[in-house]
Design a protein around this ligand. Structure first.
Ligand code: GLP
Length: 233
């Protein structure tokens, strides 16, 4: 695990954007993408860069259950506004949240992931240590599945909705095993509200109670963070 610490967020996002641009230049073609406020400055840099994703494929981590893709709240809409409208990929997949049989749709999504090895998986982290929507307690063997969101995650994401009641109770998410199948993982974590989760990650105890800690089991993780973390020696 490599930690790239930046005091200055602008520099952090410049470097993270460059990481993607160089990956494409070096032949990476399949990307796992993430949503959340953390990713917005990265996508802004990519939109303003020369990067060309037109030969690339993307798979998003997750989507709210029950939210149609056309909704302003869907991660489908987020991705189009943040990246795809300006930098289209050859193909982009975002899990579908409003089909009748979500479990079957999740299985199909997992099959597509298995058929398309990701060169890079971009990740953020929730305040409670979740990755994608894999809440604490999720099995490390999990594949794409439907999950009930914890009250703390719904509260953290309520800022994007008119009220807490409108935040969906469930989501469809890549599982932890699905995430770890990527060849390289880039994790971006900024801000004090991520400190506890990030400190648990770098301390190295791998536990389902802090899903992000599973990254200790992956051979190729790069972390971009503005948090000075106490790394055990
Ligand atoms: C959501 C997403 C996660 C993301 C997390 C943190 O719950 N499903 O993929 O990492 O939020 O979001 P933010 O970057 O807004 O703090």
């Amino acid at each position: 695990m490599e930690i790239r610490y930046f005091e200055n967020r602008e520099e952090l996002y410049k470097a993270a954007s460059k990481h993607f641009e160089e990956a494409v230049a070096n032949g990476a073609r399949t990307f796992g993408l993430a949503t959340g406020g953390t990713m917005e400055p990265l996508y802004e840099n990519l939109r303003n860069s020369d990067v060309d994703f037109s030969q690339c494929t993307s798979f998003n981590l997750d989507e709210y259950a029950g939210i149609p893709k056309e909704s302003e709240h869907s991660y489908y809409t987020y991705m189009h506004e943040q990246l795809f409208n300006t930098k289209p990929f050859s193909k982009s997949f975002v899990p579908v949240g409003d089909v009748e049989d979500l479990t079957a749709a999740a299985r199909e999504y997992e099959n597509m992931l298995k058929a398309n090895e990701r060169d890079i998986q971009l990740l953020g982290v929730g305040e409670n240590g979740h990755i994608a929507f894999n809440e604490p307690g999720t099995s490390f063997d999990s594949e794409t599945h439907v999950i009930e969101l914890t009250p703390s995650t719904r509260e953290a994401n309520a800022r994007y909705f008119a009220s807490l009641d409108e935040v969906p109770t469930h989501a469809v998410t890549m599982g932890i095993a699905s995430i770890l199948h990527a060849k390289e993982i880039i994790l971006i974590a900024c801000g004090e509200n991520k400190r506890d989760a990030m400190q648990a990650l770098v301390e190295g105890d791998v536990t389902v109670e802090v899903p992000v800690s599973v990254l200790n089991n992956h051979p190729n993780v790069v972390i971009y963070t503005d948090l000075q973390l106490k790394v055990a020696v």
